[in-house]
Ligand binder design. Structure first.
Ligand SMILES: O=C(O)CCC(=O)C(=O)O
Ligand SMILES: [Fe+2]
Length: 559
């Protein structure tokens, strides 16, 4: 069944709203225009000067590289403008992605992949599952103006990987088949999603080829350093939906699980497109300044020309951190919620499109190849050479997940990826509370040109029409959400990603008793056909008797 051009459950915004939104966006774009060239954007509220510069890709590689070096020597985030990615491509991904997210739960679940080693299809992060309202009927969903919000989904995503994959052993053998697994598409219900995402994926491939040349130059390596290491990349494209948060359903803003908890991305770099914030909406992407202990807002900036709806945000991932032996870092970031009880708050969904670029799964990451001055026979190697695939989510899950179910594999993966053991042990002994810079994301330039719908719709409206909910469902209490843990101190901190902040599950330690062995450290029975034996050290917690808290410590994945 083909769907209409406008995502179900969304209304066109009123002209008045669109006008005021547009005026505001233009005002901010004027305010930021001086920074929309290759200059630093200085984060507010930070004790350290976190530099997230804007790189103008119409400049030669060498010019870009010098600015990229500044960014990478800082937190590894930078904006790019004049990136050449047509606004209409991003818009189509968002439009058809939103249409998919607005389908009833069962339709989306049909595309869920149970095996987390395969980054394909529909997914909700584990820590958000608890907030779901499972009793919503299909009829209610179909009638809802924003079905995911009615379901109390905090965030959801749809992911695809490479397509048109060659039928050779590299792509189809046991390992290749995981990285190049076929995509799952809602072919019947939303046929336009596939061409939209495939077209955007192709654009990202070209952009990333350029960005890797610039990265290499920024490190002082030859411009083509990455060429034979990314020519069979296994990157993922993700469209994410953060549904509106209805104030009537949440008694206390602080209890709403974060839209995306603190995490680092696992590839070489990520290219992120974000919908511009709607009027009155705070919250959004923040980057951790770990020397100052602050979270820093990352504004949505204008694009460099009329074909660009906005700057794209680039951040380094774990593969690049390893390639530089930690000289450049894969910095943690998160997506915060708007304060739903702030005066003037207008419920609004947030959408983003992330391209997680990952090198060829068999590319060997060895910093002695990449960082000038590193000798091949140097005695100490802080990051030993590793195959790129083993650094990515798929590879790590493959390694850690042998014989265990997908969720447990994911848990093990995150423990390793986030250095969770150390962090949680520390958190048990000392306060690591971070201060939060509560200032809002600033707005970016709206798209200049619209394609469909072809009717005369003000330019700013087509974005707004994807993000504004058409109304609110009836009042639901926090208790209904399964998140009302009472007004006690233990109740505070649900959804907080800092284990020292009073999480009701781990009580601030970052750990909870191992669910597999019941906190004994010993397998209670034979498991997985006798692979793990009763009485042996617990296969999950390795005898530690505890596993990481999934409530407040980030167990979401970062690809
Ligand atoms: O949605 C966003 O703005 C960021 C999402 C993100 O960081 C991720 O999915 O890794
Ligand atoms: Fe991320």
């Amino acid at each position: 069944m083909a769907t209409s051009a406008t995502p179900a459950g969304l209304r066109a915004p009123s002209a008045g709203r669109a006008r005021s939104s547009r005026t505001r966006i233009l005002a901010i774009s004027r305010a930021t225009s001086a920074t929309a060239t290759s200059q630093d954007v200085i984060a507010r509220g930070s004790a350290r000067r976190v530099q997230i510069p804007v790189v103008d890709l119409s400049e030669p590689d060498a010019v870009c590289a010098s600015i990229v070096r500044t960014a990478c020597d800082s937190c590894g985030f930078f904006h790019v403008v004049n990136h050449g990615v047509d606004d209409n491509l991003a818009f189509d991904v968002i439009r058809w992605g939103a249409t998919f997210f607005d389908r009833p739960w069962d339709d989306k679940m049909a595309l869920v992949r149970g095996d987390m080693r395969v980054s394909r299809g529909y997914e909700i992060s584990p820590e958000h599952i608890e907030a779901l309202d499972r009793d919503v009927t299909r009829e209610e969903e179909l009638a809802a103006r924003e079905p995911s919000a009615a379901r109390r989904i905090i965030s959801e995503r749809f992911s695809v990987g490479p397509f048109d994959v060659p039928n050779d052993s590299y792509h189809t053998d046991e390992e290749g088949a995981l990285f190049f697994h076929p995509n799952a598409w809602p072919e019947d219900s939303i046929p336009s999603l596939r061409p939209a995402m495939e077209a955007y994926y192709r654009e990202m491939e070209s952009l990333c080829a350029r960005l890797h040349r610039v990265l290499a130059l920024a490190m002082g390596a030859p411009a083509d350093f990455f060429e034979d290491k990314i020519d069979k990349h296994c990157s993922n494209l993700q469209v994410a939906n953060y549904p509106s948060l209805d104030p009537s359903r949440w008694r206390d803003s602080d209890r709403i699980p974060l839209r995306k908890k603190s995490h680092a991305d696992s590839g070489t770099l990520t290219v992120l497109w974000r919908s511009p914030p709607t009027e009155g909406t705070k919250g959004g992407l923040q980057v951790l300044d770990d020397t100052a202990g602050t979270w820093v807002d990352v504004p949505v900036l204008p694009g460099g020309n009329e074909r660009e709806s906005g700057a794209l945000l680039i951040n380094l991932g774990n593969q690049t951190q390893r390639w530089t032996d930690g000289k450049w870092v894969s910095t943690k970031h998160r997506v915060t919620n708007p304060d739903v009880h702030a005066p003037g708050y207008a419920p609004s969904r947030r959408l983003s499109v992330a391209f997680f670029h990952k090198a060829n799964y068999d590319a060997v990451i060895d910093h002695r190849d990449f960082v000038p001055g590193r000798e091949r026979d140097a005695p100490s190697v802080s990051y030993p050479p590793v195959r790129s695939g083993d650094v990515s989510r798929v590879g790590a899950l493959r390694r850690l997940g042998r014989g265990v179910d997908a969720r447990e594999a994911s848990m093990r993966y995150h423990e390793e990826l986030m250095g969770g053991r150390d962090r949680a042990e520390r958190a048990a002994g000392e306060s690591t509370a971070v201060k939060i810079d509560a200032s809002a994301e600033t707005e970016g330039e709206p798209p200049k040109k619209g394609e469909p719908p072809k009717k005369a719709e003000p330019e700013a409206d087509r974005w707004a029409s994807l993000m504004d909910p058409r109304g609110q469902a009836g009042p639901i209490s926090a208790g209904d959400l399964g998140l009302d843990r009472g007004a006690s101190a233990e109740g505070a901190g649900a959804g907080n990603d800092n284990p020292a902040a009073g999480c009701p599950v781990c009580r601030g330690t970052g750990w909870k008793p191992c669910g597999q062995c019941g906190g004994t450290g010993i397998n209670r029975e034979d498991l997985f056909g006798g692979k793990f034996k009763e009485g042996d050290t617990c296969w999950l917690c390795s005898g530690k008797k505890k596993t990481m808290c999934g409530n407040c410590v980030d167990l979401t994945d970062s690809f």
